[in-house]
Design a protein around this ligand. Sequence first.
Ligand SMILES: [Mg+2]
Length: 123
Amino acid sequence: MANKISFDFDSTLSESWVQELAEILIPVTEVWIVTARSPGQSHNRDLYKIATRLGIPKERIVFTDGAYKWSSLNHLGIDVHFDDMEDEILEINNRTGCKGVLVGLKDTQELWYLFSNEQQKED
Ligand SMILES: [Mg+2]
């Protein structure tokens, strides 16, 4: 299991199915949010609301302010990063030891529901 996992916010952790995935990972790993958004309380109200609900502390929210994320992920020592932007994933997988996982595709979401339904059957 990876020690440090991060999620992009827009079209990634903002989605309820990705939040379900994060809820499973949070008790067993160190979960971060790494977003290309700019810092600032008022326009990040949605992000902070979801982070608070999931129990991700403010110290684990990183704003790259428009920059590609690979450098921050490298610096933080993130093992796995989830993102909906294909070019971010390419940069991450080419430049760092972090595994970039693309979550923007609809089939990833369908795969998740298939997996979580199977899990519920087993429980
Ligand atoms: Mg995004």
